[in-house]
Design a protein around this ligand. Structure first.
Ligand SMILES: [Zn+2]
Length: 373
């Protein structure tokens, strides 16, 4: 199925943009300027909806402040790329949203084409263009080399994704790993937003197939010297976790990731079960499932206490599949309190609110975040 046809059903179209597009195509605004962006993008901005395909002009910011200040975010995942356009301002509504397959097996160059194609089709559909885009990726952009590394999507590793996209698109591209995007999104419009008193330090944790994290301080991401701030998944936790893909052993990820816990249950029983099933079996009295969940709770407490002692966050949001195990928010917190260097644990540990949307929302907020702290 053609990409555009495939994603069109997921596309949300709002009256404001409809009006903006109409004005853009009919030239009602009368004022145009030559975009500093890629002429390729500008020329194609009116295709696909009956407009003149040689409009190499954009409406002036004066006419469409609301539109030109929209936040554009892209979540580059292993299987899909999702794009979103948010209205400017706090809690901006979703103006457009699209999804296409990544098709990473066809190589890095193809993924670049997919991203560019998605952006172009959203420009064509909305009639507006971004001033910059944010992008969440698996893996980390090394600030010293400009190359992506540590991605489980192998085709992205050792590639200058940021530079390549900026060359193609002609606009600034802000890239952060998916854990940082989750932290920013949950801080700005998710579980940590609207809390009283407002949190200064938010730790967004991914506890799923992999284990990672991101740190937001006073509303801004903290990326760190190596771009690894918040990456607690490869802190040492216990030798019983065994070898880790990173080359070390006993990392947090070897004990607290979903696959690690499922492996543990299998080692006790010989049975293959998902963590969700193990959690249910535990509640219904299965002794080996209870052992597995007890292992999760105990090491969660130790691992999270290490994060709290170092960062002392006001809020921890737990994203990822393991974060759905409800006992973490009761016994898990009690266990963490045992190891925290404080008489009582005030840090709020909460489930996420944005679910799978956190990545793409966080990516959009990167445009406001600007240069990370
Ligand atoms: Zn490791």
């Amino acid at each position: 199925m053609p990409i555009v046809a495939n994603v069109r059903e997921n596309f949300l179209f709002f009256p404001l943009l409809s009006r903006a597009r109409e004005m853009h195509c009919k030239g009602e605004g009368k004022k145009w300027y030559h975009s500093k962006f890629s002429p390729g993008l500008a020329r194609r901005s009116c295709t696909g909806h009956g407009g003149d395909s040689i409009h190499a002009r954009y409406p002036k910011a004066d006419d469409f402040n609301m539109v030109t200040d929209c936040l554009w975010g892209f979540d580059l995942g292993g299987t899909k790329i999702e794009g979103i356009v948010l209205a400017p301002g706090p809690g901006g509504e979703v103006l457009a949203r699209k999804r296409i397959p990544t098709e990473g097996d066809r190589g890095y160059g193809h993924v670049l084409k997919q991203i560019t194609g998605l952006l172009e089709s959203m420009i064509a559909d909305t009639g507006i263009s971004p001033k910059s885009i944010g992008m969440g990726t698996p893996g980390t952009l090394d600030p010293h080399t400009g190359l992506l590394r540590g991605s489980n999507s192998q085709h992205l590793n050792h590639r200058p994704l940021n530079r390549d996209l900026e060359d193609r698109l002609g606009i600034p591209v802000w890239i952060e790993n998916d854990a940082n995007c989750l932290a920013l999104a949950e801080s700005e419009s998710g579980a940590a937003a609207g809390l009283e008193p407002g949190p200064r330090v938010v730790f967004g944790m991914i506890l799923g197939t992999g284990v990672g994290g991101g740190i937001v301080v006073d509303g801004k991401l903290l990326s760190g010297n190596h771009g690894i701030a918040g990456e607690w998944g490869h802190n040492f936790l216990d030798e019983s976790g065994g070898p880790c893909y990173c080359g070390r052993s006993g990392c947090v990820e070897t004990i607290l990731s979903g696959p690690a816990l499922e492996r543990h249950y299998r080692s006790l029983t010989g049975n293959r079960q998902t963590l969700e099933q193990v959690s249910r079996l535990s509640e219904s009295g299965d002794a080996n499932a209870q052992k597995t969940i007890t292992r999760l709770v105990r090491y969660f407490g130790k691992g999270v206490a290490n994060v709290i002692n170092l960062l002392d966050p006001d809020v921890i949001v737990i994203g990822g599949g393991v974060g759905k195990v409800k006992i973490l928010y009761s016994r898990g917190i009690e266990e963490a309190a045992k190891y925290v260097f404080a008489p009582r644990l005030n840090c709020r540990i909460v489930p996420p609110e944005l679910g799978d949307s956190a990545g793409v929302f966080g990516a959009a907020y990167l445009n406001r975040n600007g240069q990370p702290a």
